[in-house]
Ligand binder design. Structure first.
Ligand code: SAM
Ligand code: SF4
Ligand code: SF4
Length: 373
């Protein structure tokens, strides 16, 4: 078992993770790309826009903990769209080219399409449009797909943990029917989204028998199916290594029935290893954060819905950018604070997971629904 800080209340845990960023005394305008302590560039930014969700996936927001009484953030505690845009502009100045909106369930955030339209017009200093994507559980996508596409969202990823209705209802734990998510994917495609991705978290003994049916459903559809290893994010999902299905087993299972070959990576920070079907029926991906850690190429920063900057999915410190935004601090000062934080980044949790779980290193973490996937 890992040595984590004992939890008496998740709210205590959240607030214990806050650090006020230091603004360096000598202010300089950002020049060049930012490298962290292991030489990793800042390239991707994930912005979580809400801590709420209408699903209760047991690996993320188990319903015993995320009850009606759970103390979700109030509206005034969330970053406003203007604050998100201000931060996004500063991060883009530091080299960010890809922004993903996440949550909780991002489509629950009121006016999300307005945020998308503000972000989608942003460009890198060299004039390149930002690659703007969003991850959703698909429950509200049918209603929102056209507005999101028209607002300039580049791509969309839908999470779907099974094609069998009973299995899917068990995974989302709120009895949500699979057909509604399938209809959402169809609608997203009809309104114009290309390269739609579907993410499936695989849990041993729970939905692993859905791997081949999912492949069979999405082959030849243009949708890219990706299998994610069940991770020990947060403190509430009771993760055990024995519940992880290694990506290699997923690959072997698929390859036996539908031969696949590896595809070259798009860019070095890409999380999924891609494979394509030999018969030309499409592509799949695997995200192996447990069995094949990819920390050495991790270029992702995360901002929580209340404006804390996290440098790792498994981080134990959030830097409170909202405090800076809501006091009389200039963009240059915030930019320097972010540079200072990124340059000190040492995080590589997945590479150290073994030692942490063996109790050799002590480590506490934030919840996935808080930090976003
Ligand atoms: N609610 C949205 C959704 O489900 O797509 C966005 C937020 S969710 C936290 C982002 C992604 O994280 C989803 O694809 C989800 O399956 C994944 N995820 C959540 N908990 C996980 C875990 N313990 N292990 C692996 N992936 C997880
Ligand atoms: Fe909600 Fe997404 Fe977490 Fe499932 S994975 S509980 S849909 S935030
Ligand atoms: Fe990046 Fe942290 Fe995941 Fe490693 S464990 S890949 S540093 S988010």
């Amino acid at each position: 078992m890992s040595k984590t800080i004992p939890i008496t209340s998740l709210d205590d845990l959240k607030s214990s993770f806050t650090t006020l960023p230091i603004i360096p005394k000598e202010l300089k305008a950002p020049v060049g790309l930012l490298q962290d302590a292991h030489g990793r560039l800042l390239h991707d930014l994930r912005i979580s826009v809400t801590d709420r969700c209408n699903f209760r996936c047991s690996y993320c927001m188990p319903k015993e903990i995320f009850t009606k009484q759970y103390n979700y953030l109030g509206q005034s505690e969330l970053l406003s769209f203007e604050e998100i845009i201000r931060l996004a502009g500063i991060f883009i100045g530091h080299g960010v080219e890809k922004i993903r909106l996440t949550g909780g369930e991002p489509l629950l955030r009121k006016g999300i399409e307005d945020l998308v339209s503000m972000l989608s017009v942003m460009k890198t200093p060299s004039g390149k449009p930002i690659d703007l994507t969003l991850t959703t559980n698909g429950s509200l996508l049918q209603k929102k797909a056209k507005a999101l596409f028209d607002a300039g969202l580049s791509r969309v990823t839908v999470s779907l943990d099974g094609i069998n209705d009973a299995v899917f209802r068990q995974m989302n734990d709120v009895d949500f029917p699979v057909q509604d998510v399938l209809d959402s994917i169809e609608t997203a495609s009809l309104v114009g989204f290309k390269n739609i991705k579907v993410n499936m978290v695989v849990k041993k003994g729970v939905n692993e028998h859905e791997i081949l049916p999912m492949v069979e459903h999405f082959r030849n559809s243009g949708v890219i199916l990706r299998f994610i290893e069940y991770m020990d994010v947060g403190n509430t999902n009771g993760w055990q290594m024995s519940e992880v299905v290694p990506s290699q087993s997923v690959i072997d299972l698929i390859n036996e029935k539908y031969p696949i070959v590896p595809v070259e990576q798009g860019y070095s920070g890409e999380v999924a290893q891609k494979w394509q079907f030999v018969d030309g029926s499409g592509e799949i991906g695997v995200i192996s954060s447990v069995t094949q850690a990819f920390c050495s190429t991790c270029t992702r920063a995360r901002i929580s819905m209340e404006g804390k900057l996290f440098l790792c999915l498994f981080a134990n410190t959030g830097f409170d950018l909202k405090q800076l935004l809501r006091t009389n601090v200039s963009d240059l000062e915030i930019s320097n604070a972010i540079a200072n934080i990124w340059q000190g980044r040492q995080d590589r949790y997945s590479e150290l997971r073994g030692k942490i779980h063996a109790g050799e290193i002590s480590h506490a973490k934030v919840e996935m629904s808080y930090i976003g996937g």
